[in-house]
Design a protein around this ligand. Structure first.
Ligand SMILES: O=C(O)CCC(=O)C(=O)O
Ligand SMILES: [Fe+2]
Length: 350
């Protein structure tokens, strides 16, 4: 159950990057700290993360992608936006202001680099979760190797966190290893364009007039590890229904529990509702100006990079208590996708 928290806990994961490995005591302490955070808030900031790229590098890569010409991005568009394209799950989705202007975002998604060989649970589904990645031409975007490295590092970090969660639940550290067979984790570059609005700046956090660019939801998978830039806007709901801001902390990652892990933990961990306020035009203009050191830069809005740590499509998700039925992850995630605007078929009935 979430509590009446008023800020997100900060968890120092420095031991995970120690050159000689972490001591047993450090791992036990970290495991307990993560348990407490995920059992009460479902969210935490991780600091001193063992990743080789700085925030500046990650956000520069993202900005480089989103400032590509529209026609180059649309070459990567998923089939629901371009009927002659074959990619259904990996690639680009444009902003969809006609469908939902409280979900105004564009994104680019990549999955595992190695081919996945297990059979799909739903071969006739319009989404092929195991399809290969799709990339801009290397002559216009050279950051593919960095994004692949970031993906690999985030998968390793998330796997280490999962081992700590296993021990915190009284299980062996490798208890969840079968979940990660043919893992379908997704690295998503997200851009929320700035929106002209008087309601999205500071003020009451519970106003009905709050302008959103990502509606309240829980994430579907095991854990989400989020890079967010300094624009701000992420909010997390506590047990009284109050929206608590999760402001930028330099070089931190925001981590949260997904539906799968809440179920697996037998309800001990919470998959907490969160949302993103629309970036205000003036606020983001100055943020981008600062980031690029030039006042005339085109306002870009919020940039974030969630990494959705997910199991394989055929993973049987069941509680560590062993007292409930199981769900097949592929079926769970497909049902969930029906609720997300970026997976709606823009061209349906055309
Ligand atoms: O941009 C963010 O801060 C959050 C994105 C998010 O919650 C999601 O994509 O699931
Ligand atoms: Fe989310």
């Amino acid at each position: 159950m979430t509590t009446t928290f008023s800020s997100l806990p900060i968890v120092d994961v420095r031991p995970l990057g120690a050159p000689d490995g972490a001591s047993e005591e450090e791992l036990t302490a970290l495991s307990k700290r993560l348990y407490d955070a995920f059992a009460t808030t479902g969210f935490a900031y991780l600091v001193n993360v063992p990743l080789s790229y700085s925030h500046a590098t990650v956000f520069n890569i993202s900005r480089e992608f989103f400032t590509l010409p529209e026609e180059e991005k649309m070459k990567l568009a998923k089939r629901s936006f371009r009927r002659d394209h074959h990619n259904t799950y990996r690639g680009y989705f444009p902003t969809q202001s006609e469908l939902a202007n409280d979900n105004l975002k564009e994104g680019f998604e990549m999955g595992p680099m190695q081919p996945i060989r297990t059979q799909s649970t739903s071969p006739s589904s319009k989404f092929n979760l195991t399809e290969p990645n799709i990339w801009p031409d290397a002559t216009i975007f050279q950051k593919r190797p960095q994004l692949e490295t970031l993906y690999t590092e985030l998968q390793a970090l998330a796997s280490n966190l999962l081992s700590l969660l296993a021990t915190s639940l009284g299980k062996p550290a490798d208890y969840f290893a079968p979940y990660l067979e043919d893992s379908l984790s997704t690295l998503r570059l997200l851009h929320y364009p700035p929106v002209v609005s008087t309601a999205s700046g500071s003020g009451s956090t519970n106003s009905d007039e709050v302008k959103l660019s990502c509606t309240p939801h829980t994430d579907s998978g095991i854990l989400t590890l989020l890079h967010q830039d300094s624009t701000g806007g992420l909010e997390v709901r506590n047990s009284t229904g109050e929206w608590i801001a999760a402001p930028y902390i330099p070089e931190s990652l925001v981590v949260n529990i997904g539906d799968l892990m809440a179920k697996v933990s037998g309800g001990r961990f919470v998959a907490t509702m969160h949302r993103v306020r629309a970036p205000a035009l003036n606020a983001s203009a100055s943020a981008i100006g600062q980031q690029n050191g030039e006042a005339r830069a085109k306002p870009l809005g919020r940039v974030s990079v969630p990494f959705f740590f997910e199991p394989g499509e055929n993973c049987l998700v069941k509680s560590v208590d062993g007292d409930e039925g199981f769900v097949l992850y592929g079926e769970h995630v497909r049902a969930k996708m029906k609720t997300w605007v970026e997976f709606q078929d823009e061209l349906e009935d055309n």
